[in-house]
Design a protein around this ligand. Structure first.
Ligand SMILES: CC(C)(CO)C(=O)C(=O)O
Length: 345
C-alpha cells in the first residue's frame, strides 16, 4: 500500500517520515515553504532517540499525482480545512494498468487522522470507505521541512476503525491488519477497536484544554477553566446520550507513550491550537473542539457557555494573529467563567 498524506503538517509529515523510514511507500501533500523545503532538502524528523532525514515523494495537489488502486489516503489537515481538502481530492482519477478505473472518492480508503469527531461525517460526503482515527501523537512542525516527534520508542498511538462502525466487514479487518503492520514497523501503534468514536469523544474532552493552553501560553495554567470546560462537556454528552471511553481505559491505552527531551527542539512547544497561534496561521480548529460541545448543546436546545467563550476567544486570537500567552489566567477566567470563579493559575 502507498500512503498519500493530505495535509503533511506535524502529524501528517511525522507519520509520513516514520513510514518512509521503515520501508513503506509514502507521498506527502503539503504547501508553501514546508513543501519547498521538503522538495529541495527532504523531510527531517527529530526524535528523543535520533534524527532522520528522508526524501519521500511530495506534491502540492492531485494534478501532480497519479493515484493507484493500492493508495490509502490519510487526511491530516485540521478539521476546519477538511472539507476543502477532500473536495479537491475526491474526483481525482485512480489508475490501474494504464486505465482510469474510478475516482478517489469511489475507490480509495480514506483515514481521518484528525482531532475532534466531525471529520468522519465530513468525509462521507465524498468518500465511500472512511476509517476514523483517534490520534495520540505529540508532534510539532518546528520549521518548514522539520518535525519534532516527542515520544520514544513508541512514537504514536492511533486507534482506527471503519466509520460508521456498523459497516465493518472482513475486508475492513484485513485492511486494518495490514495498516497496523505497516505503521507498527514505524513505531506507530494502531489498535483496532470495533468503534473508534468512543475513543475520539474521550480524546475530544482532553483537547478542550488546547484553547486554554493556547490563550495562556502554558498548559499548567488555568486548570480550573479547563476543568469547567470538561465538566460542561461531560454534562452535555450525558444529556445527548453520547458514550465515551473511561478515563482509565484511555490512560491504559497510552501507557506506552513516553515523551522525552528532543535535541534541537524549540524550548517552547505546545499542542495543536498553541501551534496554530504560534505560527500565526490565521485560523485554528477550536470550532471543532470546544465548538463541537457547543454544537451538541445547541442540538439539544441548550447552551455550553464555557466552551463557547473559549472558542470565541481563540477565533479572535487567530484572526488577530495574537501569539500564545497573550492573556492572564485571571483575565481568561473573567471572560469565560464570569462570576463563577477566578483563576489564579
Ligand atoms: C495531545 C496531542 C498532542 C496528541 O496528539 C493533541 O491532540 C494536540 O496537540 O492537539
Amino acid at each position: 500500500m502507498r500512503y498519500v498524506v493530505i495535509g503533511a503538517g506535524a502529524i501528517g509529515a511525522g507519520v509520513g517520515g516514520l513510514l518512509d523510514d521503515s520501508g513503506s511507500e509514502v507521498l506527502l501533500v503539503a504547501r508553501g515553504d514546508h513543501l519547498t523545503v521538503m522538495r529541495e532538502h527532504g523531510l527531517t524528523v527529530r526524535m528523543p532517540d535520533g534524527v532522520i532525514t528522508r526524501r519521500p515523494d511530495v506534491a502540492a495537489s492531485p494534478e501532480e499525482v497519479e493515484l493507484r488502486t493500492d493508495d490509502v489516503l490519510v487526511l491530516a489537515t485540521k478539521t476546519h480545512q477538511a472539507a476543502a481538502a477532500l473536495a479537491t481530492w475526491a474526483d481525482a482519477p485512480v489508475h490501474d494498468g494504464g486505465h482510469v478505473v474510478g475516482t478517489a472518492g469511489e475507490r480509495l480508503p480514506l483515514l481521518t487522522a484528525l482531532n475532534g469527531v466531525a471529520s468522519e461525517e465530513i468525509a462521507l460526503r465524498w468518500f465511500a470507505r472512511v476509517y476514523g482515527v483517534c490520534v495520540w501523537m505529540p508532534a510539532v512542525l518546528a520549521q518548514p521541512g522539520e518535525i519534532i516527534v516527542r515520544c520514544a520508542p513508541v512514537r504514536a498511538i492511533l486507534h482506527a476503525a471503519r466509520y460508521p462502525a456498523a459497516l465493518a466487514d472482513d475486508d475492513d479487518a484485513a485492511f486494518l491488519r495490514q495498516l497496523a503492520e505497516d505503521w507498527g514497523r514505524a513505531g506507530i501503534q494502531v489498535p483496532t477497536p470495533d468503534d473508534v468514536m468512543p475513543w475520539k469523544y474521550r480524546k475530544l474532552v482532553g483537547n478542550l484544554g488546547n484553547a486554554v493552553q493556547a490563550l495562556l501560553g502554558d498548559g499548567s495554567l488555568g486548570q480550573d477553566i479547563t476543568e469547567a470546560a470538561r465538566a460542561e462537556a461531560a454534562a452535555i454528552y450525558e444529556a445527548a446520550g453520547i458514550t465515551m471511553n473511561s478515563d482509565e481505559s484511555e490512560r491504559h491505552s497510552r501507557d506506552q507513550l513516553t515523551a522525552a527531551p528532543v535535541a534541537g527542539a524549540p524550548e517552547r512547544m505546545g499542542g495543536s491550537t498553541w501551534q496554530s497561534l504560534d505560527r500565526g496561521s490565521g485560523s485554528a480548529e477550536t470550532d471543532y473542539l470546544n465548538g463541537e460541545i457547543v454544537a451538541i448543546a445547541h442540538r439539544l436546545g441548550r447552551t455550553a457557555p464555557v466552551n463557547a467563550g473559549l472558542a470565541a476567544l481563540v477565533r479572535h486570537a487567530a484572526a488577530q494573529r495574537t501569539k500564545p500567552g497573550a492573556m492572564t489566567p485571571g483575565e481568561l477566567a473573567q471572560r469565560v467563567l464570569g462570576q463563577r470563579g477566578e483563576s489564579v493559575g
